[in-house]
Design a protein around this ligand. Structure first.
Ligand SMILES: [Zn+2]
Length: 268
């Protein structure tokens, strides 16, 4: 299979580029040269690097809380190829990121900027769906080539691995997805929130808030928005999708736990 993949690689890449132009947002089974088990191994190696490069918050209450939000969101994803993990990392930029294999990291800056658990869940749902649709390995294959990715999976290139981890998931770096991938992660993120019992309007309110903050003080909202498509367009697409969902009544949410965690994170 590996030999076949190598032989067909140029054809497959051009096919995936062509099909990339007309992404069906609701389809998560897109073509990927990297197998699920290769992605898992790669992700586990990246997680070790990421956790060297970021300070992981080891507070048991914060950990239990973020696990709880993550697990609830998992009830609303279309498929789960990977055992997701959730961690909070000390970083003031308003961001969360998920690496191959489902390791999901939430910055302290995101918890501080969110005004409710639903707003926090909105960003997590977006990031988790990059994993569900396996965007990172597809993007990395296009950007760095299949053979480099496979050699990282096989090991023996630890210098290369930590450099790539810093480029893609480090504090100064960032993974750049295509516009289609971003809009698919929004689309699936809304669906995930809805199914997990989080009001997807929280995604709209949070994006609007960040967009306004970014306009007031450019560059403060950092990576999350610089690496994402035009916020106004995203908000419009999200609102359109929400309008098509069967109406649901959303009881007022309790944010006592969220607020306690937020206070704790503010003191770190
Ligand atoms: Zn994204």
């Amino acid at each position: 299979m590996k030999y076949l993949k190598r032989l067909l690689l140029p054809v497959l890449i051009s096919l995936s580029i062509i099909s990339g132009c007309a992404v069906d947002k609701s389809s998560v089974g897109g073509f990927n040269l990297i197998s699920v088990s290769e992605e898992q191994q790669l992700g586990d190696k990246f997680a070790v690097e990421v956790e060297k490069q970021h300070k992981v918050i080891r507070d048991p209450e914060v950990q239990a809380y973020i696990d709880g939000v993550g697990k609830r969101l998992l009830t609303g994803v279309r498929k789960q190829d990977f055992p997701f993990t959730f961690q909070v990392v000390q970083d003031e930029s308003v961001n969360a990121f998920a690496i191959p294999g489902g390791h999901t990291y939430v910055n302290t800056g995101l918890i501080k900027a969110a005004s409710s658990e639903t707003e926090l869940a909105a960003v997590m749902a977006h990031e988790m769906n990059h994993v569900v649709a396996r965007h990172s390995t597809r993007q990395m294959t296009q950007q760095y080539g299949y053979s480099l990715i496979v050699s990282l999976v096989l090991g023996g290139q630890s210098g290369e691995l930590s450099k790539l981890a810093a480029d893609l998931f480090g504090k100064a770096g960032g993974m750049y997805y295509s516009r289609e991938m971003e809009s698919q992660a929004d689309y699936l993120g809304v669906e995930t929130m809805y199914k997990a019992g989080y009001n997807p309007d929280g995604m709209v309110s949070f994006f609007k808030k960040l967009d306004a903050a970014e306009e007031r003080q450019p560059n403060t909202i950092a990576k999350y928005f610089s690496s994402h498509p035009e916020t106004i367009d995203r908000i419009k697409d999200i609102q359109k999708e929400i309008a098509q969902l069967p109406p649901k009544s959303w009881p007022p949410e309790s944010n006592s736990q969220f607020n306690r965690i937020k206070v704790k994170v503010q003191k770190l």
